[in-house]
Design a protein around this ligand. Structure first.
Ligand code: ADP
Ligand code: MG
Length: 609
C-alpha cells in the first residue's frame, strides 16, 4: 500500500487535469443515475398504456420531498400529451441523458490521458536519472535485462494496470453508490438483500486476487532474466558462433522460457477467472432477486414498473461492480510492477555525499592511500589488501602486477567508483568521501581497458558532455591521440557515426577516441588503465609518445604493460594478489631483485624494447 500512496504523490503534478477528470466522472455518474427515474414513466406507458396522474405533494417544497416535486412536474408536463407524443418526448429525454452521460465519459477519458502519460513519463525519467546516479557497485550483481525490463515492461504494466484502472476505481463506486441510493428509495428491503449478496460476491473475488500480485512479481523477474539472456547472446554473438555454443544457449534459454510460460499461465488463469466468475455470480444474484422481488410485486408492495426500474438500477450496479473487481485485479497486478520500479528508485545510495563538501579545484600535494582494503560485494577475499601508497602531485605512478592482482580495482578506488571497505584515500589530505563527487570527477579523466563509445558521431564521442569544446580543440586532442588520420579517412570525418557501442570501429580506433576524450579535458589527474592495450605496436609507439607528453607534469596513475612507460614512471607500485609488495623507481626495484625484477624479466622476453 505504501507504494500506492507514493504513486498518488506522483499524481499531484497533474492536479488540474485530474480535477477535470474527476468532475467529468462525477457528471457522468450523475447522468447515469438520473436516467433511471426517467425510465419509470417509460415502463408505465409501456405496461399500462397510460401514465399515472400527477399528484401535487401536500407538504411545501423541501429538500426531502424534492423527488416528489420532480415527479409531479414531470408527470404534469407529460399529462397533456398524446400517448405517442409522450413516448417521443421520453425518447428524447433518454437520448439527451445518454448523450450527456457519454459526453462526460469521453471528457473524463480526455483529461485522464495527460495524467496517465505524464505519470509514466515522470517514472521513466526518474528511473533513468536513478540509473545514472547509482554507484558502479550497484550494477556488479544486477542483470542488464532485468533493469531494462523495469524500464519497459514494468512501466507499461503500471500504465496499463494501475493508471487505466484508476479511472474505473474512481467512477464505478460513484455509480454503485448512486444506483444503490435509487434502489433504497424504491425498496429498502430489497436493497438490503442485494447489498448482502454483493458483499458475499466481493469477498469471494477479493480472496482470489490475493495471490495475483505475488505471482506477477515472479512473472516480471523471469521476463527480466529472459531479456538479459537475449541481450548477452546478441552482444556475444561472435563468440557464440565461434564456439558453436548455440545448442548450449538454446538449452538454457528454453528452460527459462518454459518457466516463464508456466508462471504466466498461472497468472492468466487466475486473472481470467474474475470476469466469468463475476458474471456467473451476478446472474445468480439476479435470479434470486427476481424470485424475491416478484413476491413483493405479487403482494402489491411495489409496483411492477418500479420493480423493473429497480432491476435496471441493479444492472447498473453489476457492470460497475464487475469493472471495479477487474480494476482491483489489475491494480494488484500493476502493483507488482510498481514495486519493482520502486526497488530501483528507493534503493539505498551506497555512495552518499556529505552535506557541505569542501570545494576541490586542483590537486596541489597529491594522493595518499592509507591502509586501503577493498572487497567486492559478496567476494570471498579482498581485491585490495591493506595498501598504503603516496602519489605526489605532478608525478606518474605506474601500477604493475599480474592480471587479477588488483590494478584496475585500485584505479577504480581512486576514481571513487567504489568506496573502500577500510582505510582512507586522501586528495590533498581530504578523504575522497568528503569531497563533492562531481568536483572529484571533474578533476580527472579515466581511460579504461575497454573503451566505451556511444552510438553517436566521433566528434560527440570525444566531446561527450564537455561543454562547448571548439572543433580545433577536438582536432588537437584527436591528433595527440593519433586518431586524427583515421578519422579523416572515414566517410564523414568527425561527423561519422561510430555505431552501437562503437562497433563500426576497430578496438584500437575506439581506444584512440577514448584517449582523445581524456586529452581534450586536460585534467589535473589522469588515470589510464591499460589504455593502449588494444593498439598495434606501431600506433602504440605514436600514442605512447603523445601520452608521455600529456603526462608530463601531470599527476597520473597508469596501468601499463609496456616497459618504456613503466621505466619512465616516477614511481612503480607492484601489486600481487591485492597487496602492495614493492614500490620505488625502476632502478631501485631492479637492484632489489624482487618481484619487479622477475616481472620485468618475463616482460622483456615478449617485449621488443
Ligand atoms: P587487474 O586489473 O590487476 O587485472 P582487477 O583489479 O580487475 O585486476 O581484479 C582484482 C580481483 O578482483 C580479481 O580477483 C577479480 O576477480 C576481482 N574482481 C574484479 N572486478 C570484480 C567485480 N566487479 N566483482 C567482483 N570481483 C571482481
Ligand atoms: Mg585490469
Amino acid at each position: 500500500m505504501g507504494s500506492f500512496l507514493r504513486l498518488v504523490t506522483l499524481l499531484k503534478n497533474y492536479k488540474l487535469p485530474l480535477a477535470l477528470h474527476m468532475m467529468s466522472n462525477l457528471l457522468m455518474a450523475l447522468f447515469t443515475v438520473f436516467s433511471l427515474p426517467a425510465i419509470i414513466p417509460f415502463f408505465q406507458l409501456f405496461l399500462n398504456q397510460e401514465l399515472s396522474q400527477p399528484v401535487r405533494p401536500e407538504e411545501p417544497f423541501a429538500f426531502s420531498n424534492a423527488d416528489e416535486y420532480l415527479k409531479f412536474h414531470f408527470l404534469s408536463w407529460l399529462d397533456g400529451m398524446e400517448q405517442a407524443e409522450a413516448m417521443l418526448m421520453m425518447c428524447f429525454i433518454i437520448i439527451a441523458l445518454f448523450f450527456l452521460k457519454n459526453f462526460f465519459h469521453y471528457m473524463a477519458l480526455f483529461f485522464l490521458a495527460p495524467v496517465r502519460n505524464g505519470v509514466v513519463h515522470d517514472l521513466r525519467s526518474m528511473l533513468f536519472d536513478r540509473i545514472l546516479a547509482m554507484p558502479v557497485s550497484y550494477f556488479d550483481d544486477k542483470q542488464k535485462g532485468d533493469l531494462m525490463s523495469r524500464f519497459s515492461m514494468d512501466v507499461m504494466e503500471v500504465e496499463n494496470s494501475i493508471l487505466k484502472s484508476l479511472e474505473k476505481a474512481v467512477r464505478e463506486p460513484l455509480l454503485v453508490v448512486g444506483s444503490l441510493l435509487f434502489m433504497l428509495y424504491i425498496s429498502p428491503g430489497l436493497t438490503l438483500f442485494v447489498f448482502i449478496l454483493i458483499l458475499v460476491t466481493a469477498l469471494i473475488i477479493g480472496g482470489i486476487s490475493q495471490q495475483l500480485k505475488k505471482k506477477s512479481t515472479i512473472v516480471q523477474q523471469t521476463l527480466g532474466r529472459l531479456l538479459s539472456f537475449v541481450e548477452e547472446s546478441i552482444s556475444g554473438i561472435k563468440v557464440v558462433k565461434a564456439f558453436r555454443a548455440e545448442g548450449f544457449l538454446q538449452g538454457r534459454f528454453r528452460e527459462v522460457n518454459k518457466y516463464y510460460k508456466y508462471v504466466l499461465n498461472r497468472v492468466l488463469w487466475r486473472r481470467d477467472l474474475s470476469s466469468p466468475l463475476s458474471e456467473f455470480m451476478g446472474i445468480t444474484v439476479v435470479c434470486m432477486l427476481f424470485y424475491v422481488g416478484a413476491q413483493s410485486v405479487f403482494r402489491g408492495e411495489i409496483s411492477s414498473e418500479a420493480f423493473l426500474a429497480f432491476l435496471l438500477a441493479f444492472f447498473y450496479i453489476i457492470n460497475p461492480s464487475k469493472n471495479f473487481a477487474n480494476a482491483y485485479y489489475s491494480i494488484q497486478k500493476g502493483m507488482a510492477g510498481l514495486q519493482r520500479i520502486e526497488d530501483l528508485l528507493l534503493a539505498p545510495d551506497h555512495m552518499p555525499e556529505k552535506g557541505n563538501p569542501a570545494p576541490f579545484k586542483e590537486l596541489k600535494k597529491g594522493i595518499r592511500l592509507e591502509n586501503v582494503t577493498f572487497e567486492y560485494n559478496g567476494a570471498e577475499r579482498a581485491a585490495i589488501n591493506n595498501v598504503s601508497l603516496e602519489v605526489k602531485a605532478g608525478t606518474t605512478t605506474a601500477l604493475v602486477g599480474r592480471s587479477g592482482s588488483g590494478k584496475s580495482t585500485l584505479a577504480d578506488l581512486v576514481a571513487r567508483f567504489y568506496d573502500v571497505s577500510s582505510g582512507r584515500i586522501l586528495m590533498d589530505g581530504v578523504d575522497v568521501r568528503d569531497l563533492k563527487l562531481s568536483d572529484l570527477r571533474k578533476m580527472m579523466a579515466v581511460v579504461s581497458q575497454e573503451p566505451v563509445l556511444f552510438n553517436d558521431t566521433i566528434k560527440n564521442n570525444i566531446i561527450f558532455g564537455y561543454g562547448e569544446a571548439s572543433m580545433e580543440a577536438v582536432e588537437r586532442a584527436a591528433k595527440m591521440a593519433n586518431a586524427h588520420d583515421f578519422i579523416m579517412e572515414t566517410s564523414d570525418g568527425y561527423e561519422s557515426g561510430v555505431g552501437d557501442r562503437g562497433n563500426l570501429l576497430s578496438g584500437g580506433q575506439k581506444q584512440r577516441i577514448a584517449l582523445a576524450r581524456a586529452i581534450l579535458r586536460d585534467p589535473p589527474l589522469l588515470i589510464l588503465d591499460e589504455a593502449t592495450s588494444a593498439l598495434d605496436s606501431e600506433s602504440e609507439k605514436l600514442v605512447q609518445k603523445a601520452l608521455e607528453e600529456v603526462m608530463r607534469g601531470r599527476t597520473s596513475i597508469v596501468v601499463a604493460h609496456r616497459l618504456s612507460t613503466i621505466k619512465n614512471a616516477d614511481q612503480i607500485a607492484v601489486l600481487s594478489e591485492g597487496e602492495l609488495v614493492e614500490a620505488g623507481s625502476h632502478n631501485e626495484l631492479m637492484d632489489k631483485r624482487g618481484e619487479y625484477y622477475k616481472f620485468i624479466n618475463l616482460q622483456s622476453l615478449s617485449d621488443s624494447d
